[in-house]
Design a binder for this molecule. Structure first.
Ligand code: MG
Length: 415
């Protein structure tokens, strides 16, 4: 008997199992087959790790002047024994310490729409001030909780998240972010860095520009990007991120100067105080596609951005803000506005989401353990990225497992 025949013979015929389960009341089913009906416990850990150096964007370094990486890891337990993980960018820890997790205890994880609205309603009610929560903290905590609910639902369905959501593809293009400003880093060091990304197989690279207040003129940025274009050749996509470093006139001047270097998008060109409506001015005066949205925290903020007609790529980040539920609503509107999605940060959750929509353009990833240590250290299992593509497999849920020692080493238990 071949191995395949032996295994087929040993398997209980599927219809029998289905009938058996379908005819058995929820409470009498074996735990592994029981549908989760209730969230029973919330665990949360805040990870923090100092970075070895400052990676400067246009006006500030990643993680501040005492740079550190932060991450919130949330675990929801259910009455069926299925647990769900949700990650957040680090905000919301204080809200969880001050009772926010109580909002999901006892809830049916499949009622994710209701749970989302219940959590969001605290941002416009007296609950916020009474509990000492902040609006931003609530939005951050929601991101992790919402992702954990989806992880539970997909695991209970026995499906990877992207298929649970209704998949469009099972592999997603990925770019790497680098080209930070650093003291003593000239053009040759920048080119060397970019070559290391090519050696790692990346074919799309994002560079930082806009460092005027750090002493880099538009002309300096042009020479930096030109050197990179010459080094990588015409086939590699180059994106530029000004991280709100320019005013309108400078953004227009810079984008026109950089145009002949074949730029896929220019990201967040404008200063914070007028970074939405004024994008129209930039759009009318440049041919480079524009990207923005990593700082938006709701679908209404994302709508204002899309309503300008100025952006070609939307970067809403459900890992930092408001969760999968909100991201999916935004993705629908983006599709209707002919806008592609290129979410800010964190490949594990955004990989599933981009794979679930037709207008998912590209995913951000990191290739430097000094810049993004958690990507390299905290996962026991994570999606595979190879040659600028992230591959999803059939592991139920988000398909991530954390490395216990890393969580113990960098984490402080909140709940
Ligand atoms: Mg950015």
């Amino acid at each position: 008997m071949t191995r395949r025949k032996f295994l087929a013979a040993a398997t209980v015929p599927a219809p029998v199992v289905v009938n058996l389960v379908a005819n058995t009341p929820q409470g009498d089913r074996p735990p592994a087959l029981r549908r989760p009906a209730k969230i029973t416990r919330v665990e949360a850990t805040l990870l923090q790790m100092p970075l070895k150096e400052r990676f400067w964007m246009s006006i500030s370094p990643i993680g501040g002047m005492q740079p550190k990486a932060t991450r919130l890891i949330l675990k929801l337990h259910t009455d069926s024994g299925i647990t769900g993980y949700g990650e957040g960018s680090g905000g919301g820890a204080e809200e969880l310490r001050r009772g926010f997790a109580g909002l999901v205890l006892g809830e049916d994880p499949y009622m994710v729409g209701r749970i989302w609205e219940k959590m969001f309603a605290t941002t416009y009610s007296s609950d916020l001030v009474k509990n000492g929560w902040s609006r931003g903290g609530v939005i951050s905590a929601m991101a992790a909780i919402d992702a954990a609910l989806y992880d539970i639902m997909a695991k209970a369905a026995g499906l990877p998240l992207y298929k649970f959501l209704g998949a469009y593809r099972d592999a997603v293009p990925v770019y790497v972010t680098g080209g930070y400003y650093r003291e003593g880093k000239g053009i040759s060091e920048l080119v060397q860095e970019v070559r290391s990304y090519l050696e790692q197989g990346f074919n799309a690279i994002k560079l930082k520009v806009g460092g005027i207040t750090g002493g880099f003129s538009v002309q300096d940025d042009y020479h930096r990007v030109k050197a990179v274009r010459e080094a990588v050749g015409p086939q590699v996509r180059i994106m530029l991120d000004a991280n709100q470093g320019w005013d309108v006139a400078t953004a227009i001047q810079a984008s026109n100067q950089l145009y002949d270097l074949d730029i896929t998008w220019l990201e967040e060109p404008l200063h914070w105080y007028d970074d939405v409506a004024a994008l129209q001015r930039v759009k009318m005066n440049t041919r480079i596609p524009l990207a923005s949205g990593e700082g938006e925290i709701t679908r209404w903020g994302a709508r204002r951005l899309m309503d300008t007609g100025a952006i070609d790529f939307l970067q809403f980040d459900c890992h930092a803000h408001a969760g999968i539920t909100e991201w999916r609503k935004i993705a629908g509107m983006a599709g209707m506005c002919h806008i592609q999605l290129a979410p800010h940060h964190e490949p594990p959750v955004h990989g599933h989401l981009l794979a679930s929509v037709p207008n998912g353009y590209i995913l951000e990833a990191f290739a430097n353990p000094d810049r993004d240590p958690f990507w390299f250290e905290i996962y026991e299992r994570k999606p595979k990225i190879e040659k600028s593509v992230l591959y999803l497999d059939d592991t139920p849920g988000q398909g991530i497992e954390f490395r216990r020692q890393a969580l113990d080493r960098y984490g402080a238990r909140i709940l």
